[in-house]
Design a protein around this ligand. Sequence first.
Ligand SMILES: [Zn+2]
Length: 512
Amino acid sequence: MADKLIIFDTTLRDGEQSPGASMTRDEKLRIARQLERLKVDVIEAGFAASSNGDFEAVQSIANAIKDSTICSLSRANDRDISRAAEALKGANSARIHTFIATSALHMEKKLRMTPEQVLEQARQSVRFARNLVADIEFSPEDGYRSDPDFLCRVLEAVIAEGATTINVPDTVGYAIPELYGNFIKTLRERIPNSDKAIWSVHCHNDLGMAVANSLAGVQIGGARQIECTINGLGERAGNCSLEEVVMAIKTRRDYFNLDLNIDAKHIVAASRMVSQTTGFVVQPNKAVVGANAFAHASGIHQDGVLKARDTYEIMRAEDVGWTANKIVLGKLSGRNAFKQRLQELGVSLDSETEINAAFTRFKELADRKAEIFDEDILALVSDESVTAEKEQYGFVSLYQQSETGEQPRARIVFTVDGHEVRGESVGNGPVDASLKAIEAHVKSGAEMVLYSVNAISGSTESQGEVTVRLQNSGRVVNGTGADPDIVVASAKAYLSALNKLQSKADRVAAQG
Ligand SMILES: [Zn+2]
């Protein structure tokens, strides 16, 4: 009989902590819905006590998602734990994930606590949490670099207090597969009550081994939960990538012999959603979700290649959600066909008003672009201006002029709190002029730390998707915009980023 392996996704917590990857509550909710479709067992939705924004995100995900367990991170103190429990109230199935550092370095330099104090605080926190929620995960932060004797005492104590999952993080990405697997194996052998908890792995990718370490933790160490993120999103080199670890276990079931709940055909859509939302693009040769990961997905459709696929491919592209670019809708498609396609793509808009707004945008796009692909529809609904009525800034129109030898100039009309304003500027190029025209009026003073353009469906006829990352007084936000005209897409992305800069939220940093 195969054991069950729990997939714990932390895209919305550990992934989102990556500088520049911050997401709004609505974006997190949209991604959480996609994770539910993927049949992720546990969704770590955020760190409720770190900011009001995080609290609200965890709360709205807990209220909306029914099939996955919803988890909030929490430091090992009563206030954080109460806040997590409160945010999770609406969840069908709730988990509190509490952590405290156990390595000598972290205890001394960061916590300024003695090992005995850390042990006592871990014990008390789990006891406190257990009175609020039955499902408790405990992580000794920097666990892999902790003294094994001390770690055994801490973990035995928290299991005795009722921790149901024990996670062993390689917080700094220092582990080697065999050593990490054996580390967990030894802990499980030495701790007398280790069989009362499910063991979990949490690996960072600093040496490119997060997936390999996680698999060794499972195979050698006997862990039965893997913590991971879509596209491997995360601080520095990122976390263990969900799509890679899941497809390794599915493709090599002969070796791992583990059961997974994951419905892999939603993987590619999840990957796209996360990269569009965060502006962290996926490299073309990335396993499973990169544009070149399958010969099939690289746009070559000759008969020979199709016939030879089995010879070179160990997985089927369709099984992870790759579909050949195909025209799905056109100018004559009606509102019902559009709505149905949204459902098939797993997009659920909150209200009829939002569906109508998206449909209007679809018609506008169809007037300019004969063939509408799934990618276009996804870009259309992820565009911030679908929900423009809530936003401070909204795009109206743009005129720009550029000619060889002349200085480009742009005039833009946009709304500020519903009122139309105009901005005008020259620049190094049409995009530069357009963004300066916005800035001439808004005067945000924000610094641009990233500007990227991506062709949504591959050719120059496709829509351009632009990501703008702005930084202002220590906050970093991403704005995205899509349009067949990349100058317009750039202006939309800039306005979307400005909207996000408006929501002022300071948060507490967490590692783990
Ligand atoms: Zn982490």
